[in-house]
Design a protein around this ligand. Structure first.
Ligand SMILES: [Zn+2]
Length: 198
C-alpha cells in the first residue's frame, strides 16, 4: 500500500521502537497525524529533550539529567553498599521497593563473549575505582538471571573478592532468564533479603 512520504517516514520511525510491528506503527502514525498541533509539538520536544538532556552519571553510570546523579549526591544514603545492576531501569525497580538505601552502579550491559562484549565495553572500570574508597563494605551483584548476567556476576566477584570486600548475589527467587525490571516487588524484596555471598 502506498502512503505519502511524510507518513511513510513516521511509520518507519515508530516501527523501530521495541515491540512495535508494522501494523501498530501505522496505527500510531495515523493517530499522531490526528493529534492537536500543540500535543505533537510537545511530543517532539520531549523526545529531543530526553535524548539531549540525559547523560550517564560519571560516578555510577545511572541515567540522569544532573551529573553526579541525585542518588550519588544524597548524603543520607549508606555509602558502604553498592548495588550493581545492568541498566537504569533496574535502579528504578529496586528503588520502588523502598528497602535499599545504599548506592548503585549501572553496568550498562553485561559481559557477553558470544556477542563480542568484553569487560572493557561495559561500565566496570569505574566500579573498581569506586571500590578503592575504603567506605565500601559490600557489593551486591544484581545482574539478571541470564547466562550473560551470571557470567558477569562471576567475573565481578573474582575481580572484587581479593580486595576483601564482601560480594553477594541476589537470591534465586528470581526465575532463570528473568529480568530484574520485570520482577514483582515482593519477589525482588525477598531476593534482596536472601542474597548470598559468592
Ligand atoms: Zn550516580
Amino acid at each position: 500500500m502506498y502512503y505519502p512520504e511524510p507518513i511513510a517516514k513516521l511509520i518507519e520511525s515508530y516501527s523501530k521502537l521495541p515491540g512495535i510491528g508494522q501494523k501498530t506503527a501505522t496505527r500510531l502514525a495515523f493517530y499522531t497525524i490526528g493529534m492537536e498541533d500543540e500535543d505533537v509539538n510537545l511530543f517532539a520536544k520531549n523526545l529531543l529533550s530526553a535524548k539531549r538532556d540525559l547523560k550517564f552519571c560519571s560516578i555510577c553510570g545511572n541515567l540522569t539529567d544532573e551529573d553526579p546523579c541525585n542518588i550519588c549526591t544524597d548524603e543520607s544514603r549508606d555509602r558502604s553498599t553498592i548495588f550493581v545492576v545492568e541498566d537504569s531501569k533496574d535502579v528504578l525497580a529496586i528503588e520502588k521497593i523502598r528497602e535499599y538505601n545504599g548506592l548503585y552502579h549501572v553496568l550498562q550491559g553485561t559481559i557477553s563473549p558470544m556477542n563480542g562484549v568484553s569487560p572493557d565495553d561495559i561500565n566496570v572500570k569505574s566500579l573498581i575505582t569506586r571500590l578503592m574508597d575504603s567506605q565500601v563494605e559490600e557489593v551486591i551483584i544484581a545482574t539478571n538471571a541470564t547466562s550473560e548476567g551470571e557470567a558477569t556476576a562471576i567475573y565481578l566477584s573474582r575481580l572484587i573478592k581479593p580486595s576483601g570486600i564482601k560480594v553477594t548475589r541476589l537470591a534465586r527467587g528470581l526465575a532463570v532468564g528473568s529480568d530484574i525490571e520485570y520482577a514483582d516487588e515482593v519477589t525482588l524484596l525477598k531476593a534482596v533479603e536472601n542474597r548470598k555471598e559468592i
